[in-house]
Design a protein around this ligand. Structure first.
Ligand SMILES: [Zn+2]
Ligand SMILES: [Zn+2]
Length: 267
């Protein structure tokens, strides 16, 4: 019983395939469940409903996305469970916005991801002018804590994503990082083991093993996601991911239905 809860499709502008292609890939991979979780529209950069084509769908497109997910779920009923989700940005101060927004749709789960520190994307190769890696990392962790506490999310996406462009100055378990895991545990949200770090050549998933072990020690629930941007990425790296979960001490993963959490034993 294995799930892939982190997938994208063409609407975001940088992934290929339609929703059905990802579900077909999940059937072929033998998954029990597939979660559809394309990038949320961008809200924090002003009034433009589509400020960054190629990064996320337009605000006007979101209802059509939910309608299409619902149709795909119903067509695949009996073959595979399809869950309706979204990978939502979290931006500091936008708690009410995201919490209220996602309640308006019949979603099974919402992934909260810190992709932005204000107007600065964490995927930028350069730090913002006048900032140091240390203070950016501090802001990233405090923003992650705020995301956990916001009540807008069921799962936090790719915990140590700031490492993608090499912006994490201290890869160890610093006091602020351990405090962040503690906040996540207290807030009741799950994290994901996101296998895309292996695909991106980082040599490790998100989060890396040492951090995943701390999450396990604090009893933070975990789910699995490939962060697929092509149908063939669905369930990529999952045998290694399950072995890693077992190695750090996890005995179950979690799945969601109607924003309620359920456990799936790993063996
Ligand atoms: Zn993406
Ligand atoms: Zn993401």
């Amino acid at each position: 019983m294995i799930v892939d809860y982190h997938t994208h499709h063409h609407r975001c502008g940088h992934a290929s395939g339609n929703l059905e292609d990802y579900v077909e890939a999940a059937v072929r991979a033998g998954l029990s469940e597939i979660g559809l979780s394309d990038h949320s529209p961008i809200y924090h950069l002003g009034d433009d409903p589509h400020p960054l084509p190629g990064t996320a769908m337009s605000r006007h497109e979101f209802p059509a996305y939910v309608r299409e997910m619902t149709g795909v779920r119903d067509r695949f009923a009996g073959r595979i469970a399809v869950r309706l989700g979204v990978e939502s940005d979290y931006v500091l101060g936008w708690d009410d916005h995201y919490r209220d927004l996602w309640r308006q749709y019949p979603l099974d789960y919402v992934i909260g991801s810190v992709h932005w520190l204000g107007r600065w994307s964490i995927f930028s190769p350069e730090l913002p002018a006048g900032r140091t890696p240390e203070d950016i990392y501090e802001e990233y962790l405090l923003t992650t804590q705020a995301a956990a506490r916001s009540g807008a999310y069921d799962i936090l996406g790719h915990l140590d994503c700031l490492k993608t462009r090499g912006h994490i100055p201290d890869p160890g378990i610093t006091p602020r990082l351990e405090e962040t895991v503690q906040v996540i545990a207290e807030s009741g949200v799950a994290v994901e083991l996101n296998t895309s770090g292996w695909r991106k050549g980082l040599g490790e998933p998100y989060p890396r093993e040492e951090l995943l072990a701390v999450c396990c020690r604090y009893r933070v629930p975990v789910t699995l996601g490939s962060d697929a941007h092509r149908p063939e990425h669905v369930a990529a790296g999952f045998p290694e991911a399950v072995a890693l979960l077992v190695r750090v001490g996890y005995t179950s993963i979690v799945r969601f239905e109607g924003r309620k959490r359920f456990e799936l034993p790993l063996r």
